[in-house]
Design a binder for this molecule. Sequence first.
Ligand SMILES: Cc1ncc(COP(=O)(O)O)c(C=O)c1O
Length: 454
Amino acid sequence: MSEIEDLKRDNAQYLWHPMAHPQAMKKTRPDIIARGEGCWVWDVDGHKMLDGVAGLWSSNLGHSCKPVRDAIVAQLDELPFFNTFRGTTHPRAIELSTQLVELMRPDGVAAVMFSNGGSDAVESALKLARQYHKLRGDKDRSKFIALRQGYHGVHFGGMSVNGNTNFRRAYEPLLPGCFHIDSPWLYRNAYTQDEAELGQIVAAQLEREIVFQGPDTVAAFIAEPIQGAGGVIVPPANFWPLVRAVCDKHGVLLIADEVVTGFGRGGAMFGTRLWGVNADLWCLAKGISSGYVPLGATAIGQKVVDVFDHDSSGAGQIAHGYTYSAHPVAATAAIATLKILVEQDIPAQVARVGAPFQRRLRGLVQRHAFVGDVRGLGLMLGIEMVADQTTRAPLPRTSEIPALVARAAYRRGLMVRVSGPNLILSPPLVITPAELEYLCDTLEAAFDEVAGTR
Ligand SMILES: Cc1ncc(COP(=O)(O)O)c(C=O)c1O
């Protein structure tokens, strides 16, 4: 048996994959991605593909960014690991926290806490929100409100605020005190097709939910500036400013889950900047280290920092953190990543190349009756497939169309991701216009292929 066949067999037998049934992985041949260079990856059979998903919204600088790679190697020689608990720290942790706070000072950020990924960053934000209120003497403020279709990772806190029950059912009961309001989703909502009106309606829903729960029981509202895994749902422009006002009115903290939108993906350095608001806590991961080494961070606004700074009771002690918080190799990868993002103004580049990319793929709606909506911003784009374009009837859950399109794209040299009825595209942020054209050509051909064989 060849080495490749051994790999495939062992994968099926021994590796349980996130978000997959272990049995399915025994039946389905996995895509084993073996090599990456720039925006391209090769599978174990040597098949070359454009990476349309940036690993998983992560490899923003591509797969062979030499400055990041060199920084990692140098750090491995200097200090592969040390912790940052209590009185201990190391230079990379200090440098990264300084640089991140400087980068986010215009957003009102004053400090940062590190972790290992997005779910951790969310968990830290939820816990810090509760502790903030306790420190202020608002001891009953423990509840969280979130959006349907939201995704906030898989820890018990994040899972409980997730707005998609698929990620929760197997693990219930959840954290008590988590409530959901509608997503400000223009394509699918019960209210209106007017963007500004929708923004107002959902912000009013948030206020009603806060009042219903009792404002003195609500700790925070958490949302993604653009809902990613839920199908790339871009909110109306007025939504976040209205949400900010509602939160302020009722003393509720605003947590921006920027795990996907942070560091340029939407065409601004942070998603909150797209909407012209400051959050109180920001959850960061993925693009922070361009996927080279796992890293999560929770950025903390001045208002929250002030409360911890002025605590005289001792209750401001952070009883939270991870062995690998600010791991030196991850921190160094992030420092090198940030330098490139800022020096080359990658977010502006994303805004430039993202606009024609979005425009072109929106054409899929005219081209195929089974494409209902194409939406996104910058270099994040979702293609929702439907049973009926006119009535917007959702695709049956058993429909194989999204998977067929993804397989056709794969065969033609493009890696895309299926999430429910959606195809999600999130290529590396350094993708060139020519590579984006290749992406669009290949994807259109994959759709045409599936349309022809239906
Ligand atoms: C918005 C958002 N929050 C949190 C997470 C969880 O991040 P991780 O998978 O790194 O734990 C994700 C992952 O995709 C995400 O998209």
